[in-house]
Structures are given as C-alpha cells and as structure tokens.
Write a protein that binds this ligand. Structure first.
Ligand code: 13P
Ligand code: SF4
Length: 307
C-alpha cells in the first residue's frame, strides 16, 4: 500500500501540474480504475468525454484505438498512451486498403465500423459504432441511405449479434476479439450447473451461441448498469476479468463467479506506466491530418445520434 499510495500521489501531482485528465476504460486493472481514473466508462462514454474535456492533456488508460479516437476528437490536446503495445486483435484484423477493396466490391452500401479499429480504417468508413449503440447505428445509417444492407466491420460476432436483432442484412468481416471469442455455450452450461441461480451476462463480442445462453448482453457500461439495477446474488460476467474486479468494489455483497479472460493489451496499462507517461510525456499519440479529418466525420456521425 505505501508504494501504491506514493505512485497515486505522484500521478495526482503531475496531473495537476500538466492539466491532465485520465480516461479509464472499464477493463483497467482495479488500482488504475479506482485510484486514478477521473472518467471511467465504456468506449462510447470515453469518446464522448474526450470530446467534452477541457483538460490540456488526456491520458488514455485503455488501448491504442481509444487514444487515437481521443486525438481525432481533440486534435489540439496532447493525448498520451502509457504503452504503445496496448493494441487490439479487432483493430489489427483490417487495414484501410482492405476497406477500400470492400467498397469496390459492394458499391452503394454504407460501411459501419466498430470503434475498435485504427484511424486509417475509420477514415474509409461512413459511421462508427460501439457495442452500446451498434444496433441503432446500423438501423439509422440504413434508413439514411435508403438501403436494406450494410457492411459492418471488423467484429464478426458483434455483426452477427446485431443481425439477429434487425431486418437489415449485414455483410460481416472475419475479425474477432481474442478475449471474447474464447467463451463457449458449454462453459455457460457448466457454470450454471455448479452455481444454480447464477445470472449470466455477456459482452456482444462473444459468439452468438454464448449470447443465447446468457440472461443479458450489452456493452461494458450496460453490464455494469444491469448489475447495479438487479443486484443478483451470483453473477458471471463473460468479458474481461477486470470488469468483475471493478464491480466487486461497488458490490461486495455479490458473488462474482470467476470464469473470465484477461485482455493482454488492456493489462499493459499500470500505475507505473501512467506515472512515466505524465513524467516524460510518453507516448504522444499522433494521427495524420488527412486521416484524422475523415475519421472524425465517422466518429461525429455516431456521436450525433441520440445518446
Ligand atoms: P465497450 O465498448 O463495451 O467498452 O468494449 C470495448 C472493448 O474493447 C470490449 O472488448
Ligand atoms: Fe480488443 Fe478484445 Fe482487448 Fe477489447 S478485449 S481491447 S476487443 S482484444
């Protein structure tokens, strides 16, 4: 504890000196999330907060595509990511050139991209979505374009899970999240047998069979709200493990059944990394201007939809 307290104190002092805000994703390790996160939330909430923030520096306690999103929305601010290796298997599954090729193959169809993509990919797309608003975005863009088909990338599972809830046909890309694709319906069955009465909540990056076996699915913020509202005796969160750790702090009365997976990218962010980030101004996220202008259009098209 004395060591952790010293780091937190040093981070807070540097933050004040440099007018910095720390945006912490729900998957951050508990010491980062609870002790230094100024704004905590899912991808959508963090993008909205970045757009609203008045601080001169944003420290992104999350993965690289999130930091790029903040930089695109706040080009005049300094955006720092404590570890540049904090990537994402979805973001690395597709390039801007591959999106251009898709558009050549399917002309006249809008392209919806999950925010878990690089700026170069966003720049080629018409609108972004997050797991909170994917269904609304797909329906809104199809209505705007007057079409009954859209391209949605890069998460195959999220796209199929949205397709199951809409009449709009969705062309999917074969990307997946290395953390959520590992969950299986059999695992849900086994946990239910060992923990009768357990409520099972799943992130929509899980395969469709897993969502069908769950009681509820939604973004990390939606999962959190469900737990706050229902306060079940036992809950299984089929998502990144830190999500349960962070919720335990709020709900010590709930038994969180451990059957989760760690995201190696999210886990690269630590108190030490944040401290070094503020102390040495590392790593300053840059997005090439022409890419940023086009990517911003796609993000702003999403943010313009009703919350
Ligand atoms: P949320 O948008 O639900 O926060 O999810 C982001 C993410 O990376 C999930 O793996
Ligand atoms: Fe990417 Fe999956 Fe990690 Fe989220 S949990 S950052 S989607 S690899």
């Amino acid at each position: 504890w004395p060591d952790i307290a010293r780091r937190v104190y040093a981070i807070r002092a540097l933050q004040q000196e440099q007018d910095a805000v720390i945006l912490a994703h729900n998957y951050m390790p508990p010491e980062v999330y609870a002790l230094v996160g100024d704004i905590r939330g899912d991808s959508l909430a963090l993008a909205r907060e970045a757009a609203r923030s008045e601080a001169r520096t944003i420290v992104q306690a999350g993965v690289h595509f999130m930091a790029e999103t903040s930089k695109i929305l706040c080009p005049d601010k300094r955006v720092l990511i404590p570890d540049t290796r904090a990537g994402c298997s979805l973001a690395s599954s597709i390039s801007g050139a591959q999106v251009r090729e898709l558009k050549r193959r399917y002309p006249g169809l809008p392209v919806v991209t999950y925010v878990n993509t690089s700026a170069a990919v966003k720049a080629e797309c018409d609108i972004c979505c997050t797991s909170s608003n994917a269904l609304d975005v797909v329906e809104a863009i199809a209505a705007q374009w007057g079409v009954d088909r859209v391209i949605m990338l890069p998460d195959e599972h999220l796209a199929r899970n949205v397709a199951a809830r809409t009449d709009i046909a969705i062309l999917v890309w074969q990307g997946s999240c290395e953390v959520h694709e590992q969950f299986t319906p059999a695992q849900v069955g086994a946990v239910r047998r060992h923990h009768p009465g357990v409520r099972v909540l799943a992130h929509p990056e899980c395969p469709t069979g897993v969502l069908e076996a769950a009681d509820f699915s939604g973004s990390t913020a939606a999962l959190e709200r469900w737990v706050d509202d229902h306060r079940p005796e036992q809950v299984l969160l089929l998502t990144e493990c830190s999500m349960s750790d962070n919720l335990i702090a709020r709900h010590p009365e709930i038994a969180f059944v451990r059957s989760c997976n760690l995201c190696p990218h999210m886990q690269r962010i630590s108190l030490d990394g944040i401290l070094a980030s503020l102390a040495f101004g590392q790593h300053d996220v840059q997005v090439e201007e022409q890419i940023a202008i086009r990517a911003r259009r796609a993000i702003e098209a999403m943010l313009a939809l009703p919350a």
